[in-house]
Design a protein around this ligand. Structure first.
Ligand code: AMP
Length: 150
């Protein structure tokens, strides 16, 4: 058994691509005898709506949070990833993934990547954001093509 990685973090957007990303990460974690954690980040509603809507968004955020936890459990639990290793956090994906990785001694982050090109590439992507500024290795798993390519 190689012991190159000790803690693998899988970032998922909760789409069907998440299964592919997780299925690539699992054997790597197993080969290395590494711990595996899975994370989904929820954009803060105040941020999404510019923060200037005069209404309390707390209960909607709570509902989104519990829906995300449920969906994450459906993806992770069949692979024996314990509930305490499944994380839903509020914030922007790249910065929250970096923060989590630093705080939990993650040495490999696994993300999906749509392999964008042209204008879509210029706009950037979560996988690019995660790669830039990561303090550890990042594996970008090629997932389904963008709509623009289909
Ligand atoms: P891209 O299509 O290149 O922007 O990257 C998509 C990948 O970024 C997904 O497969 C996930 O690995 C990751 N990702 C996107 N959104 C999130 C999110 N909200 N939380 C965690 N990971 C995410």
């Amino acid at each position: 058994m190689s012991n190159e990685y000790k803690h693998v973090l899988v970032a998922v957007d909760l789409t069907k691509d998440s299964h592919l990303v997780l299925e690539r990460a699992l054997p790597i974690a197993k080969r290395n005898g590494a711990k595996i954690s899975i994370i989904h980040t929820l954009e803060p509603l105040g941020f999404a709506y510019g923060g200037d809507i005069p209404m309390d968004l707390t209960s909607i955020q709570d509902q989104l949070d519990s829906h995300a936890r449920e969906r994450l459990g459906e993806i992770a639990s069949p692979h024996d990833i314990a509930a305490e290793d499944q994380y839903v956090v509020v914030g922007m994906p790249d910065s929250e993934i970096h923060r989590f990785a630093a705080e939990h001694d993650v040495d490999l982050i696994v993300v999906g990547s749509h392999g964008r090109h042209g204008f879509a590439l210029l706009l950037g992507s979560t996988s690019t954001g995660v790669l830039h500024g990561a303090q550890c290795d990042v594996l970008a798993v090629r997932v389904g093509a963008d709509d623009s390519e289909e």
